[in-house]
Design a protein around this ligand. Structure first.
Ligand code: ADP
Ligand code: AMP
Length: 216
């Protein structure tokens, strides 16, 4: 099964992706994580992507699609949760053509919605494990021991693109480039709405119930 998480930065996509991958055989394909891994490893591609990434702008869609194609090709029949991709109508169109060429299709697009004012709170309190990528929040989802990941004991760090200026830009880009994807996928009858202002556990249940319903 292929599903997609669509929603503004900080609405909880990564948090929910983690629950899903822990409890099912879904693989999370987060283009943001793939880009961060390239930057951390200081690869040529990472160096190419770093300045746009840190500023909060979208990076080159062609490069991102290549990364996605590589993972899809190597994962064969595995179920994949696409997180943070596609981000523009042109990425979605190219992605659709690619899926068709490998005889695959999307089964559901989970569309998360959350007010911009709440997004700023979520991102300013976000901490991520440098090792296993688990996501925490200073107030709404704190770790048991400050600065330390509950799951693996790794160090919790702030993302370099979570500055106020970058968040503002990412939100503008989201509304301009990514939000139109909701209409794009509505035309394909794939959209399932998620009110992302609900507590984490309620969102989790809603997603799990829907996945279960699709699987039947
Ligand atoms: P995204 O992957 O969409 O950018 P994250 O999953 O990283 O978002 O979540 C952003 C922040 O909000 C994190 O600090 C996370 O712990 C917190 N968070 C996620 N979902 C909720 C929720 N439903 N209620 C309150 N806080 C949440
Ligand atoms: P995310 O981890 O999804 O919040 O993404 C963080 C940053 O990675 C974005 O602000 C972009 O700079 C870059 N990025 C992630 N996915 C994409 C994509 N599909 N297209 C272009 N840029 C992306």
């Amino acid at each position: 099964m292929y599903v997609l998480f669509l929603g503004p930065p900080g609405c909880g996509k990564g948090t929910q992706a983690q629950y899903l991958t822990e409890a099912t055989d879904f693989l999370q394909l987060s283009t943001g994580d793939l880009i961060r891994a390239e930057i951390k490893a200081k690869t040529e591609l990472g160096k190419q992507l770093e300045s746009l990434y840190s500023s909060g702008k979208l990076v080159d869609g062609g490069l991102v699609l290549k990364m996605v194609q590589k993972v899809v090709a190597s994962e064969g029949a595995k179920s994949i949760l696409f997180d943070g991709f596609p981000r523009t109508v042109s990425q979605a169109t190219a992605f659709g053509e690619f899926l068709q060429s490998v005889n695959k299709k999307l089964d559901c697009v989970f569309s998360f919605s959350l007010a911009d004012s709440e997004i700023l709170d979520r991102i300013s309190g976000r901490m991520t494990c440098a090792d296993c990528k688990a996501v925490y929040h200073a107030k709404t989802n704190p770790p048991k021991n400050e600065g330390i990941c509950d799951k693996c004991g790794g160090e919790l760090v702030k993302r370099t693109d979570d500055s106020r200026e970058s968040v503002k830009l990412r939100l503008e880009e989201y509304h301009r480039e990514t939000e139109p994807l909701k209409e794009f996928y509505k035309k394909e009858n794939l959209v399932y709405e998620i009110d992302a202002s609900q507590p984490i556990e309620m969102v989790r249940k809603q997603i799990f119930n829907k996945i279960e319903a699709i699987s039947k």
